[in-house]
Design a protein around this ligand. Structure first.
Ligand code: NAD
Ligand code: ZN
Length: 347
């Protein structure tokens, strides 16, 4: 079978022939129906070779959907042919966080497609993939796997990031989304559906800003040196009640800190290596700002996001690629050329 793999850190991924895996006890083999390409894959591809934390070569892809093709011994809860999506953060299942459903915060977690050595899980960018435990599968029902697969990360992560800010995002407040890409364009739709807040989206080009308005942003602002002043002007200097940074570079985090208002949240989702400088202390405005850096989401939240898609609330913009063209998907992702999510669909 074919797989898109990271072979050499700092180099583009490669399309390679690999052995079709066999499910071990408790495992499930999926015939992959769709796999989403995430900017985090690009982050992993560009990690330094020295001290690279994952086994090489490694199949990419932590957004996966498929059809159950083969069941390992001991799995009784599944039948072959069932359409499923994969809940990617694979926790231990028993610790404090896992028992509350937040496997994304399990300290012993192994993640699909981004797994430390010894845990042996490959990603979804392949004809077939192994899922470590039937517990990580969520039924897709009649959802289209191509449109639904981005929800396992590009939908789940913004949902998990936005939820704690919902009580603050009442009428008359402003929410800002920085980066209207895979995660951001779903984040905008979630904010539109879940809050009455005015949504301002920031990105690098007029084309991306037009896309942000298409998916529901009320206003858009170019992400440049004037962005802080321009957003503050729109909010009549009150500032934003929540800023979701889906880029995470130092300039965008600085923008976020510059536009957040009193009682506001700065939520850093992008993995850009930026950090938020503390502006905490008496007589320091804005007052009572919270900064969070959430990671992925809980299993029950994935089910909630899939239900929102079933209700027609979320429309994922997808650019479709075959496995043979998957390298082009990663090229477009790295150069910010995509509209929405790149989804690879094996034959
Ligand atoms: N925290 C988490 O759990 C989690 C999960 C998934 C992805 N991520 C990270 O979130 C980020 C977004 O991922 P994605 O897959 O949506 O990426 P993407 O490439 O689809 O989207 C990124 C968007 O940001 C825009 N952008 C880039 N630089 C910008 C800047 N300086 N100002 C404004 N906009 C800018 C791009 O034009 C693009 O539209 C990545 O850093 C990714 O690694 C984090
Ligand atoms: Zn991701």
């Amino acid at each position: 079978m074919k797989a898109i793999q990271i072979v050499k850190p700092g180099s583009p991924p490669e399309l390679r022939e690999v052995d079709k895996p066999t499910p071990g006890p408790g495992q499930v083999l999926l015939k992959v129906t769709a796999a989403g390409a995430c900017h985090s894959d690009d982050f992993v591809l560009n990690m330094p070779a020295e001290g690279f934390p994952y086994p090489l070569p490694m199949t990419l892809g932590h957004e996966g959907a498929g059809v159950v093709a083969e069941i390992g011994s001991g799995v009784t809860s599944l039948t072959e042919g069932t359409a499923v999506a994969v809940y990617g953060p694979w926790g231990c299942g028993t610790c404090h966080f896992c028992s509350r459903g937040f496997e994304n915060y399990c300290s012993r977690a192994a993640e699909l497609g981004i797994t430390p050595p010894g845990l042996g899980n490959e990603g979804a960018m392949a004809d077939y993939m192994i899922v470590d435990d039937a517990r990580h599968l969520v039924p897709l029902g009649d959802l289209d796997p191509i449109a639904a697969v981005p929800l396992t990360d590009a939908g789940l992560t913004p949902y998990h990031a936005i939820k704690p800010s919902l009580p603050k995002l009442v009428g008359g407040t402003t929410a800002v989304v920085i980066g209207a890409g895979g995660l951001g364009h779903i984040g905008i739709q979630l904010l539109r559906h879940l809050t009455p807040a005015r949504i301002i989206a920031l990105d690098l080009s007029e084309d991306k800003l037009a896309f942000a308005r298409e998916v529901g942003a009320h206003e858009t602002v170019l992400s440049d040196a004037d962005a802080v002043a321009n957003v503050r002007k729109i909010t009549e200097n009150v500032g934003a009640t929540a800023v979701f940074d889906f880029v995470g570079l130092q300039p965008t985090i600085d923008t976020a800190m510059g536009i957040v208002g009193t009682l506001g949240d700065v939520v850093i989702v992008g993995i850009g290596d930026g950090v938020a400088a503390a502006k905490v202390g008496f007589f320091t405005q804005p007052y009572e700002v919270s900064v969070r850096a959430p990671y992925w989401g809980a299993r029950h939240e994935l089910i909630e996001v899939l239900d929102l898609a079933r209700d027609g609330v979320l429309e994922v913009a997808v650019e479709k690629f075959s496995l043979d063209d998957g390298l082009e998907a990663y090229r477009r992702l790295a150069s910010n050329e995509l509209r929405g999510r790149a989804v690879v669909v094996p034959d």
